[in-house]
Design a protein around this ligand. Structure first.
Ligand code: TYD
Length: 338
């Protein structure tokens, strides 16, 4: 396929670009605005691959999207461009509405006009809201509770409207919490790993008993590629990892693997509107022929080792943009926790 990946310099996007190239797709074009979490270092290994092209631009800019689709004769688009962090969405909700909702709306119109053959929206299990029991199915009512998940849910509804209204061949994947190398250290797992390496406190929200189903970024990207090839247009596919864990258990596993003291864990003031649990039923995707391969214990250790051996990657980030954000979100919480 001739694929455009938006947000290809981000965490999931960069792993997806690499995966698509390794699967033989040609070209793989990456359109990325390079905002705070977009980082071309994530793709340094493929930067000179003749099948890969990078375009600096924003999905909200219709002219740029139109030009890229035309210039590269794109037939399939995967939208990974998004603001994705719940805590940031509490601080600045409007940037989420802009990138996640308006950006998706602009993209959809351009891909429809260009008559691309497939459009895949990378979404999240957070659109179902908190599920205390059971597993969310693709047709469940959406009940997002943060500006982030509400923006993603809005985008999902827009995407589905293009199938209902125009029979435009859209697909949606809703992945569970994803982890792996190159994840920006605002997220739980890389924040805890990098803090622990530096013997800094690990700020665990609330009682630490919130539950997430952890999905390796490699399994996640394999699922996206699988849905892009084999998914039925108009359909949503949940992607789960089969690795449901309480946050405190994950924190302990990280500390254990690093040989650090459990005393580094600090229970801090909870995130407002914190969803207790996410869990998806991914039997639809299993029927399509995909299942996860990476065991969490293994994937987590590999991820910890990646951060251990790529200090220059994350130290630059933590000393830069991330610093002021960390102060704002965590300093008071940690001071109050003593
Ligand atoms: P996160 O990576 O922000 O993903 P999401 O909230 O979108 O699932 O957080 C994962 C879990 O970890 C979530 O329950 C919140 C919790 N968490 C902490 O306890 N401390 C932290 O510093 C962060 C970033 C998250």
């Amino acid at each position: 396929m001739r694929i455009l990946v938006t947000g290809g310099a981000g965490f999931i996007g960069s792993h997806l670009v690499r995966r698509l190239l390794s699967e033989g797709h040609n070209p793989v074009v990456n359109l990325d605005a390079l905002r705070y979490s977009g980082n071309l270092e994530n793709l340094a290994d493929v930067a000179h691959d003749p099948r890969y092209a990078f375009v600096h631009g924003d999905i909200c800019d219709a002219g740029t999207v139109e030009r890229v689709l035309k210039e590269h004769n794109i037939d399939s688009v995967v939208n990974c461009a998004a603001e994705t962090h719940v805590d940031r969405s509490i601080l600045e909700p409007n940037s989420f509405a802009r990138t996640d909702v308006v950006g998706t709306a602009v993209l959809l119109e351009e891909v429809r006009k260009a008559k691309v053959a497939r459009f895949l929206q990378v979404s999240t299990d957070e659109v179902y809201g908190s599920v205390e029991h059971g597993w969310s199915k693709e047709d469940d009512t959406l009940a997002p509770r943060s500006p982030y998940s509400a923006s993603k849910a809005g985008a999902d509804l827009l995407v589905l409207s293009y199938w209902a209204t125009y029979k435009f061949p859209v697909l949606i994947t809703r992945g569970s919490n994803t982890y792996g190398p190159n994840q920006y250290p605002e997220k739980f797992i890389p924040l805890f790993i990098t803090n622990a390496i530096d013997d800094q406190l690990l700020p665990l929200y609330g009682d630490g008993r919130y539950r997430r189903d952890w999905l390796s970024v490699h399994d996640h990207c394999r699922a996206i590629e699988h849905v892009l090839r084999y998914g039925a247009p108009g359909n949503v596919y949940n992607i789960g990892g089969g690795n449901e864990q309480e946050n405190i258990t994950v924190a302990e596993m990280i500390l254990k693997h690093l040989g650090k003291s459990m005393e580094l864990i600090r229970f801090v003031e909870d995130r407002p509107g914190h969803d207790r649990r996410y869990a998806v039923d991914w039997s639809r995707l299993r029927l399509l022929g995909w299942s996860p391969r990476v065991r969490f214990e293994e994937g987590l250790c590999t991820t910890v080792d990646w951060y251990r051996t790529h200090e220059s990657w994350w130290r630059k980030i933590k000393a830069g943009e991330f610093r002021a954000y960390y102060e704002e979100v965590y300093r008071k919480r940690l001071e109050e926790a003593g």
